[in-house]
Ligand binder design. Sequence first.
Ligand SMILES: Cc1cc2nc3c(=O)[nH]c(=O)nc-3n(C[C@H](O)[C@H](O)[C@H](O)COP(=O)(O)OP(=O)(O)OC[C@H]3O[C@@H](n4cnc5c(N)ncnc54)[C@H](O)[C@@H]3O)c2cc1C
Length: 422
Amino acid sequence: MKLNRRGFIGATAGATAALAAPMVRAASHGRPKVVVVGGGAGGATVARYLAKDSQGAIDVTLIEPTRTYYTCFFSNLYLGGLVDLNYIAHSYGTLAAEYGINVVHDWATGIDRDAKTVATAGGYSIPYDKLILSPGIDFVEGSVPGWDISAQNEMPHAYKAGSQTELLRAQIMAMPEGGTYAMVAPPNPYRCPPGPYERVSMVARILKQHNPTAKIIIADPKPKFSKMALFQDGWSRHYDGMIEWVGPDFGGDKVSVDPGAMTIDIDGEVTKVDVCNVIPAMKAGRICEMAGITDGNWAPVHARDLRSKMDDNIHVLGDSCAQGDMPKSGFSANSQAKVCANAVRGELTGSAVFPAKFSNTCWSSLDENDGVKVGATYEATDEKIAKVDGFISKTGEDAAMRQATYEESFGWYEGITSDMFG
Ligand SMILES: Cc1cc2nc3c(=O)[nH]c(=O)nc-3n(C[C@H](O)[C@H](O)[C@H](O)COP(=O)(O)OP(=O)(O)OC[C@H]3O[C@@H](n4cnc5c(N)ncnc54)[C@H](O)[C@@H]3O)c2cc1C
């Protein structure tokens, strides 16, 4: 598909709109149109900020198939019995009712970059002046031999929250006494670097209560992982003897699974397991690939405004983009969304644009009241989003400090979800 590098011209957008049928809405009263694909950490935030800060000067459409968004953040705490499923469930009602966002519950199935329209599974063609994609991740097919998406009921990934998370929790609770939970950890880069290891902590927590002789094996292709010393210290303090981490030195990078037999093969050693949580290698949400704006796996963007390096009228946020030093996290996606909203609003309405600044913190719960964190601030350079400085919890911190970090993570959760959904 040919690149379309035209800037916003009202008349052109009107002509484009006239070609598109059927339309979701008849008219946007001459306002510039922004279409956001994906209503998660990046997409819901950018839609809300554009609608709120432009005070109606921009016509914002949000395309998201699910009516309830389950946050991946804190889904591990649901597995660990620390929050219930309702706690991580959010709806789009406030974005529509209070912010005037046109919420379309549908899948984006194609992008015509010349006509500047988004096609949906429901048969709509939605015109845009600016398109913002924040579709999260998809899995790299064949990255774990023996596993594909048709095996996700036997061997769940639970790396997109909702029914998969519920299924994994049910499987954990149904494990026989003294049974084995295996995790296949993903290679870099992937969403939420500490996510698999927080999950192991939370699975160990619930097993310690209900099935204390159960075992956890993690097969990992990476020689080290985020907050490794903090996790290993936490595992030995809370779950001593329950968790075996198998890194690449011991074959953690040579893994296949058999969902029918419920076995995992780690470097030729086959083990029968009761739960197998396969987290495959990841890539940008498929719609980025369909738009032709990826480097094969991820969508490269400019640091200052998250604009695609392949199309001036498209921005990509969150897990899908290749931006530099920020980890793929909900906090990062939310931070990028605010920078992007500011830049897009400036371009469409002439409002002031502030220099891009970003931040991220990833909290992880080792147990109830035992939280650790890692974080950093970032700035935009010509080359990438570049780390400025960072911080990380220390092993040996006292219980009061760990409890404060744990409680801080709940404060963050309340803050980010109201920043996303109003
Ligand atoms: C177990 C786990 C724990 C985590 N813990 C944390 C944490 O503690 N802190 C943190 O900051 N981050 C955490 N994360 C990471 C965080 O969830 C992601 O980085 C974040 O959600 C990325 O935001 P996003 O907007 O890129 O994607 P998402 O939030 O996944 O949103 C993508 C949305 O796009 C929609 N979509 C996809 N394709 C289409 C399409 N074609 N058409 C329309 N809609 C589409 C999807 O339905 C989805 O709602 C965790 C992740 C996991 C898996």
